[in-house]
Design a binder for this molecule. Structure first.
Ligand SMILES: O=C(O)COP(=O)(O)O
Ligand SMILES: [Mg+2]
Length: 232
């Protein structure tokens, strides 16, 4: 349940929530595989591998290409290739999802404190937010490597609660993946699951978010309607 009247801050996931980043992630993945003389993969495979950060994505792609589990040394050799290619082409084909900028603008203007809590490495996160003209709305940005643990661990969200001196009822998580919903649940905060992003091909409703939205723009209506329903 979302107690909208109590919400003071909102944490947004990045990939699959604010930005459709898979086209560039797939290109970097394939550039890495090509340098290693390995067969390439499809964009839809990459879509199903995103969610646990860059290293996991590379590991899943390498395991697929080799058709076996890979070891830590193989991953360590390949990672710099992925990082270099992605850094060089962060936003060639990626796009902001519909409604993202106006809704962030509206929430920011309404006085909500906004954060990005992503599993993407921090070094890619800020440049992407800046490139899409939405960095100014966020007063805190956490990447997957900013703290010791990433989502689905609650650490980034409990860090936010501490940092902003909020109670769990005052923070809402918005994301496309079960990692976002599980992190929110573990931190004791409400969550909105978005259906259009990447969730390993699974239904986001199955991870039990407080609410499900099909479009980013539905978020404001949901917060407002929850506010009305708590008044009754
Ligand atoms: O980098 C990933 O694997 C996922 O990033 P996200 O947490 O912003 O969805
Ligand atoms: Mg995501």
């Amino acid at each position: 349940m979302i107690h909208a009247k109590q919400i003071k801050a909102i944490a947004f996931d990045l990939d699959g929530t604010l930005i459709d980043s898979v086209p560039d992630l797939a290109a970097a993945t394939n550039a890495m595989l090509a340098e290693l003389n390995l067969p390439n993969c499809s964009e839809s495979q990459v879509r199903s591998w995103v969610g646990n950060g860059a290293e996991k994505l590379a590991e899943r792609a390498l395991s697929f290409a080799h058709d076996r589990a890979i070891d830590a040394a193989e991953l360590a050799d390949a990672m710099p290739l992925f990082m270099r290619h992605y850094q060089a082409n962060l936003q060639q084909h990626s796009k902001l999802y519909d409604g993202v900028k106006p809704v962030l603008q509206q929430l920011h203007a309404a006085g909500y404190r906004l954060a990005v809590v992503t599993n993407k490495p921090y070094r890619f996160t800020l440049p992407l937010l800046e490139a899409f003209g939405i960095a100014e709305f966020f007063s805190l940005v956490l990447g997957g490597d900013s703290l010791a643990k990433m989502k689905p661990d609650p650490m980034p969200l409990t860090h936010l609660l501490t940092q902003w001196q909020l109670t769990p009822e005052q923070l809402l998580m918005v994301g496309d993946s079960k990692n976002d919903i599980l992190a929110a649940k573990a931190a004791g905060i409400a969550s909105i699951g978005l259906t259009y992003g990447y969730n390993y091909g699974e239904d986001i409703g199955l991870s039990g978010p407080s609410a499900v939205c099909e479009q980013f723009s539905e978020i404001t209506a949901l917060i407002n309607s929850s506010a009305e329903s708590t008044e009754q």
